[in-house]
Unconditional design. Sequence first.
Length: 173
Amino acid sequence: MNIKFKFLVFCLICVSLACSSSPKVKQQAYAKLPSSAVYEYEFPVVWKGIESALKNHKITERNPEEVGPLEMKNIKERTLETDWIYSQSGDKYHEYTINNSPRKIYLQVRYKFHILAQKTMGGTEVKVNTSEEIERLKADGSPDGYEESSEPSPTLEHELLEKIRLAVLSSYN
């Protein structure tokens, strides 16, 4: 390649980087954690554990909505969705420098849990899916709305499954 072409490519890359309006979001790498679990308990006990684990969050959807104790024994599948939960990310951040010293700012996030509970042989399977949005920041650090995350934090689903497990154990004993 000739020198003029290389210089032109270099200039285009520099211009495109300079024109970006917000810093690039970086993500810490974590191990892949499970997003489902089978609990060796009857469906009503596990569903009660799900409700208990999410008692501090607004629920926007349950399907079926209202179920009595007798009907609960016959249900084979049920879903639940939370409203947005606001938090600070433990894995998504921007890097910047001050006086040649590197810094990180962890970003605000909001996420929703989508839960599916199904009767299965030997117990109840719970699958958790997370929708996550990351706060965008302008170049000056001020907020600029939210954008969908391509990779929700792997710890969110795992932590919820653990809360459900503990809730099931505490209600069962």
